[in-house]
Design a protein around this ligand. Structure first.
Ligand code: PMP
Ligand code: GLN
Length: 383
C-alpha cells in the first residue's frame, strides 16, 4: 500500500506556536506563561451546573444554533453592554470556540480571488482560514510600542476585491484597545462598500482603559458585522471550547449554512450551564477587568528589577516585553532558551508576523495565580 502524494493546502503552516511552546514547557518543567489560559478554577456554580445538566440527561444533540436559554442570555448581554438588539432566533449562534466562529464566518464570506484585510501582529488562525477559502490576506502592519492602526494605510489596502476586514480588540498579543475614533474611522472607510467586518472580541471584558468599542455598538457597523466572543476567556474555561457569533440575519443565514456542516452543534450540558450561570451572575464579567488589572500590575512589579522591558498593556491577559538588554537572539530562539535554561515559557511575537518581522518581543500570559507569577518573576529577575 502506498499513501498518495498530497500537495498541502497550507504549505507554509506547521504546528501552532501555542502547541509548540506548551509542549516545550511541559517537557522541561518550565512555568508556562506561553499559551493563553488561566491556571485557576472556573466559578464553582458553573461546574455544579454542567454536572447537574449531564446527570439530568442533557446528553444528546441540542438545537443546531444553540440552546434558546443561552442565546437569550447572550442577546440580553449584548443589549445591556452595547445597546445592541439581536434577534435570538435568527441572529445569534453558539459555536465550538471563537476559532470555529472565525473560521465559519470566513468560509461563509470569502471566495477565491477575494481579499481580506488583517492587522499584524495577527492571531494565528485568521490567514490559514482565509487561504483555505481561496482568499488572500492583505496585511496592515501595526508598529510598536503602541500598535495603533494607521487609517491611511488601511484605506490604501482597500481594493475592489476587499471582501472583509478582520479586527481584534482588545488585541492579542499587543494589548492594544481600539477607541471610538478608530471605530468612526473604520465606519468611514467601509461606508458605501460591500465590505463585511469580522470582530474578534474574545477579550471584550478584559480592558484597563476606556470602554470596549464593540462592532455591535455602532448601528452603522453592526449591520455589516460578525461579532465573535468566547466564553473560554470570560469564565476561565478555555478547555470547554464554547463561544458565539452575533450578526444581522442576512449574514447569519450564510454563517449557519457553514456552521451546520463543520460542527452542526455544540456541547449541550456546557450550553445549559452557561445559560444558568449568566442568569445567576449577570455581573460576573463586569468584574473581570479589575481582576486582571491586579494580575497585570502584580506581574509588572515582578518584572521590575529584571532586564525585561514591558510594553504598555491596555487589555487582554498578555504582556509584551523587550529582551534586547539580555540577548540579541531572534525571539523564537530566545523563548526556547528561556524555557529550557531559565524555566519560563513565553510566545515569540514573530509567530504573529506573516513576514516574520523581528521586533525582539515576547509575550507573557499573566492569567495565573499570584504564586505562579511570583515564581516566574523570581526566575525572570535572575535572567
Ligand atoms: N481569537 C483570539 C484573539 C484569541 O486570543 C483566541 C484564544 N486565545 C481565540 C480567538 C480563540 O478562542 P477559542 O479558544 O474560544 O477558540
Ligand atoms: N489564543 C490562545 C493564545 O493566544 C491560544 C489558543 C490556542 O492554543 N489555539 O495563547
Amino acid at each position: 500500500m502506498v499513501t498518495p502524494a498530497l500537495p498541502s493546502r497550507l504549505p507554509g503552516v506547521g504546528t501552532t506556536i501555542f502547541t509548540v511552546m506548551s509542549r516545550l514547557a511541559n517537557e522541561h518543567g518550565a512555568i508556562n506563561l506561553s499559551q493563553g489560559f488561566p491556571d485557576f478554577a472556573p466559578p464553582g456554580l458553573l461546574l455544579e451546573r454542567v454536572t447537574h445538566h449531564m446527570q439530568a440527561g442533557a446528553n444528546q444533540y441540542p438545537p443546531m444554533t444553540g440552546v434558546p436559554a443561552l442565546r437569550e442570555a447572550i442577546a440580553e448581554k449584548l443589549e445591556r453592554l452595547y445597546d445592541a438588539r439581536y434577534d435570538v432566533e435568527n441572529e445569534i449562534t453558539v459555536t465550538a470556540g471563537a476559532t470555529q466562529a472565525l473560521f465559519t464566518a470566513i468560509s461563509a464570506c470569502v471566495r477565491p480571488g477575494d481579499e481580506v484585510i488583517v492587522f499584524a501582529p495577527v492571531y494565528d488562525s485568521y490567514i490559514p482560514a482565509i487561504e483555505l477559502a481561496g482568499g488572500r490576506a492583505r496585511v496592515v502592519n501595526l508598529a510598536p510600542p503602541h500598535f495603533r492602526p494607521d487609517w491611511g494605510e488601511v484605506a490604501a489596502a482597500i481594493t475592489p476585491q476587499t471582501r472583509m476586514i478582520v479586527l481584534n480588540t482588545p488585541h492579542n498579543p499587543t494589548g492594544t484597545v481600539w477607541t471610538a475614533d478608530d471605530m468612526e474611522a473604520l465606519a468611514g472607510l467601509v461606508r458605501d462598500t460591500d465590505i463585511v467586518l469580522l470582530g474578534d472580541e474574545v477579550y471584550e471584558h478584559i480592558l484597563y482603559t476606556g470602554r470596549h468599542e464593540s462592532l455591535a455598538r455602532l448601528p452603522e457597523l453592526r449591520e455589516r458585522s460578525f461579532v465573535v466572543s468566547s466564553f473560554g476567556k470570560t469564565y476561565h474555561i478555555t478547555g470547554w471550547k464554547i463561544a458565539y457569533c452575533a450578526a444581522p440575519a442576512e449574514l447569519m443565514r450564510e454563517f449557519r449554512k457553514v456552521h451546520q456542516f463543520n460542527v452542526f452543534t455544540v456541547h449541550h450540558p456546557a450550553q445549559l450551564a452557561l445559560a444558568d450561570f449568566m442568569r445567576a451572575e449577570p455581573g460576573f464579567a463586569d468584574g473581570l477587568a479589575e481582576f486582571y488589572r491586579a494580575k497585570r500590575d502584580f506581574f509588572r512589579q515582578q518584572l521590575a528589577g529584571s532586564r525585561f522591558d514591558p510594553l504598555p498593556c491596555d487589555g487582554t491577559y498578555f504582556l509584551l516585553a523587550r529582551y534586547d538588554r539580555i540577548s540579541d537572539l531572534p525571539d523564537s530562539e530566545f523563548v526556547r532558551w528561556l524555557t529550557i535554561e531559565k524555566g519560563v515559557a513565553a510566545i515569540p511575537v514573530s509567530a504573529f508576523m506573516p513576514d516574520g518581522r523581528q521586533d525582539r518581543l515576547i509575550r507573557f500570559c499573566f492569567a495565573k495565580n499570584e504564586v505562579t507569577l511570583a515564581a516566574a518573576g523570581e526566575r525572570l529577575r535572575a535572567v
